[in-house]
Design a protein around this ligand. Sequence first.
Ligand code: ADP
Ligand code: MG
Length: 416
Amino acid sequence: DQTVHATIKERLKEIFGFSQFRGDQEAIIHSILAGRNTFVIMPTGAGKSLCYQLPAIVSEGTAVVISPLIALMKNQVDQLNAFGINAQFLNSTLSKAEMNKVKKDTLNGSLKLLYIAPESLTKEENLDFLKKANISFVAIDEAHCISEWGHDFRPEYRKIRGIVDNIGNLPVIALTATATPKVQQDIQKNLQMEEADLYKTSFNRKNLYYEIKPKVDAKKQLIKYVKQNKGKSGIVYCLSRKTVEEIAELLNVNDVKALPYHAGLDPQTRMNNQDAFLNEDVDVICATIAFGMGIDKPDVRFVIHYDAPKSLEGYYQETGRSGRDGLEGNCVMFYSYDDIVKLEKFNKDKPVTERDNAKHLLAEMVSYANLGVCRRRQLLGYFGEYLEKDCGYCDNCVKPTEKFKVQHEVVLALQT
Ligand code: ADP
Ligand code: MG
C-alpha cells in the first residue's frame, strides 16, 4: 500500500502537475483502487474528474467513463490527451474508422479511459465489445441524471446498472455535484450502491457572492454589469435560444465580445463557440442550460441568470461554474414573477409524471428568490446542510431589507 500511495502521489505531480490532493481525492482514489464501490458528492469545481482519471491511469486495462454530454467528454479527452494520456470517446459523432480505432485501443489495452454516453452503452455491438475488453472499473459522472427527483433526469441513466452487470463484476464510482438527500438515496438505490463508500463534502462555495436583482430594465442592467467587468470571463444564462441570440447580439453591439451557445446551433458551431470561450477569444458566452455541465474553465468571474432558473439544483450548478479557482465569483440573478409564469407554462406541457416534480423544484426556487434570508443558508439547507451563521457574503446579508428580520425568524423556526 505504501508503494501505491507513493505512485499515485507521483503520478499526480508527473501527469497533472499538482503537488497536493484536494479534499478527499486521495481517499476516494484508494477506495476505487481497492475495488470498492464509491459514491462521491462534491460541489462543482472540487476536482471530481481526477478521482477516476488517476486510478484509471494507474490501473491495468481501460476504465469506462459514462458521461451525459458530448461536449463534456470532448473537454476531458482533449485535456487528458494534452497530458499524454490515451483517452478517447465513443459516441455518434465518430466515423467508422475512428470507432474501430477506439475499439482496437481498448482491446489491446493501450486505452486508459473510454468515455461513453449511456445511449451508446446500450447498443448491442458496443456491449459485445466491452464484454471482451479488460475493464478496470466504471465511473458514472453526473450521476444525478439517474434520479427523476433531480433537475436533469435522463431515462437511459437508469439502465446503467443492468448494463454494467452484463459487462462483468466491476467496481463502480458514481459522482455528482448536486444531490439533495432524496436524490442521493434514489441514486444509491438505483445503482444498488447502498453499501458504497460515501464521500460527501460541503456544498459551501465561500468565494461565490449570490445576488438577486429585480428584473427591470434588465438589458440596461446587464450591459452595465458586463461593461464594468470588461475583460473578465462570464456566462449569461437565458431560458430560450431566441433570448440567447438576442443577448449575444446586444453585447456585441455594445462592444463586448460574446458568442451564443444552445442546442439549436449545429454541433460544429457549438464546439467552436465553446472553444472560443475556453480559449478567451471572447469574454462572454450567452447560453441556455445546454452549456456548461462539466466544462472546466477555472477563471469564470461571473454567472448571470438573465432569466430565472427552473430549480435550485440548476441554479447551484450554473452559478458553481464561476470562481472554480477559488477566487472571485459573482452570481447575479434577474428575477421577475413573469418569468415564473413562463416556466409554469412550460411545466404544463410536460408529461404528468414529471409535472409534479417540476412544480416542486420551481416552488423551491421561487421561495429562495423571494426570501430575505441569507442566500447561502437557504441554498445549503436545500442540500441538507446546516449553516451555523449567516454568511455575510450575499445580498441579503450585505444589504438586508426591512422584511428580512421577520422572515429570518420564520425560516429558522421552520428549520428546527
Ligand atoms: P468537478 O468535476 O468536481 O466539477 P473538475 O474535475 O472539473 O471538477 O476539476 C476542477 C478543477 O480543479 C480543474 O481545473 C482541475 O484541474 C483542478 N484540480 C483537480 N484536482 C486538483 C488538485 N489536486 N490540485 C489542484 N487543482 C486540482
Ligand atoms: Mg465534473
